[in-house]
Ligand binder design. Structure first.
Ligand SMILES: [Zn+2]
Length: 209
């Protein structure tokens, strides 16, 4: 699904889908629904932001209990949302933006050029200044196969990528974000994820002790 695209048929379809998804998820009592804002596919960033905002304005009545989370993107291809300012623009353009939050993907923002390895404090300050940390509701926790600022979206197993275990643990335990729900989207099956979670837990336990 792409809410930012230049092709009218694709956009019309995406607009319908997001509206139906919101209605269905909201009626099920789901608290958060995370989605990729969209790609402009050549229409340009401002055009894409306008299309995404229009679709959200059409879909959101303000009566929902659900909060929609815009995901931070890597900037691969023509993706929108790789710069905190772009997410801010979407939020500002949506009337019922009290229903909007952000889901931060560690792999994506590292790839987009936010240096969470060497300057996590700086990145979080910037997020707070532009979007507001109160909008940050969830984290997709992934290491990155590709180097810093490469604008590629390739998830890696925690500790085996360019972000590395130390930076991931620092991220998870940072006082400004440690209360958030963290979701793994690393390229592993269930058993691998279990091992990954056990490893992270052990490190966190040792850190706290
Ligand atoms: Zn990704």
């Amino acid at each position: 699904m792409n809410l930012g695209g230049a092709k009218d048929e694709v956009y019309e379809f995406a607009r319908k889908v997001i509206k139906e998804d919101i209605e269905r998820m909201d009626s099920l009592g789901i608290e958060y629904m995370c989605f990729h804002p969209g790609s402009h596919v050549g229409g340009g960033i401002e055009f894409g932001i306008k299309r995404i905002s229009d679709a959200l304005n059409e879909a959101l009545t303000g009566e929902e209990n659900i909060t929609l989370l815009l995901e931070t993107m890597s900037g691969k291809g023509t993706e929108i949302g790789f710069d905190f300012n772009q997410l801010r623009e979407i939020i500002d353009s949506v009337e019922h933006n009290e229903k909007l939050g952000v889901c931060l993907d560690t792999c994506h923002i590292f790839s987009a050029g936010y240096d969470i390895v060497n300057d996590l404090d700086g990145v979080l300050e910037e997020f707070d200044k532009i979007i507001g940390l109160d909008r940050l509701k969830a984290v997709h926790l992934n290491d990155s196969m590709m180097p810093f600022g490469d604008k590629k979206d390739r998830h890696e197993v925690i500790g085996e990528g360019k972000i590395g275990l130390e930076a991931i643990i620092n991220f998870m335990t940072h006082p400004k974000i440690s209360h958030l729900p963290f979701f793994l989207e690393t390229p592993l099956e269930d058993e691998g994820h279990k091992r990954e979670i056990a490893m992270i837990k052990e490190i966190l336990d040792n850190k706290i002790r």
